[in-house]
Design a protein around this ligand. Structure first.
Ligand code: DX5
Ligand code: ZN
Length: 220
């Protein structure tokens, strides 16, 4: 069964507690938390202080997506703030293997995110060391962007790579995901769907999560 991770970036921060409670009682599996530093991406969001506050209310794992330069400087702090999955960007890590070991040493699951232009083949030699690969299906930095369709063949390639290596790496898709493309993403081999605006801008966010969760992975 695939996982649904609503992206809190699209929540209403004037009533964040209500939105966290909604995700808690919904069929969602994780909270997806987007940390942006204004350097790796052209936008600034929140850091460990807000994540710590969210962790106090959230009853589901926190999937922390670090869109920051030098993420290795903050791994332990994000873990202490409550992160269960810590994802760093391939493009921000000259010593990716070392950073993954550092994340695992904290007890968190280690994820690697790839920008739309980065081929999945760059992960071939360390796929077994990665708990989750986050394929960016928009250019990171903002919610509410249009899905980049070239992500679909990347999912298939990555799925093949994971099967060949006999690894248990999860494939997460982040950006422009909603009811209109969830099924094709799952069919191509995705395991985790991040959904920001498609959930929080919906008339009934809880029902939208339920609908995203209900798609069958029909591989025929
Ligand atoms: C974009 C973030 C995404 C974003 C997704 O840089 O990594 O997680 O919140 O938002 P939507 O689902 O609206 O594209
Ligand atoms: Zn994200």
């Amino acid at each position: 069964m695939h996982l649904i991770a609503p992206s809190v970036l699209a929540a209403d921060f004037t009533r964040l507690a209500d939105d966290i409670a909604m995700v808690n009682r919904s069929e969602a599996d994780w909270f997806h938390l987007d940390v942006m530093d204004g350097r790796f991406v052209p936008n600034i969001t929140f850091g460990m202080f807000i994540i710590e506050a969210i962790a106090k209310m959230a009853i589901k794992p926190l999937d922390v997506h670090l869109m920051i330069v030098e993420p290795e400087k903050y791994v332990e702090q994000f873990k202490s703030a409550g992160a269960d999955v810590i994802t760093v960007h391939y493009e921000a890590c000259p010593h990716l293997h070392r950073t993954l070991q550092q994340i695992k040493a904290t007890g968190a699951k280690a994820g690697v995110a790839l920008n739309p232009h980065t081929p999945v083949s760059v992960l071939e030699d360390l796929i077994e060391d990665i708990d989750l690969v986050c394929l960016m299906s928009v250019n990171p930095g903002f919610g509410g962007q249009r899905f980049i369709y070239q992500t679909i063949p990347k999912i298939r390639k990555l799925r093949e790579m994971i099967v060949t290596a006999n690894a248990s790496t999860l494939i997460e898709i982040d950006g422009g995901v909603g009811l209109q493309n969830a099924e094709s993403l799952l069919q191509a081999g995705a395991n985790v769907l991040v959904a920001g605006s498609s959930v929080f801008s919906a008339k009934d966010p809880e029902a939208t999560i339920k609908a995203l969760k209900a798609f069958e992975k029909n591989t025929l």
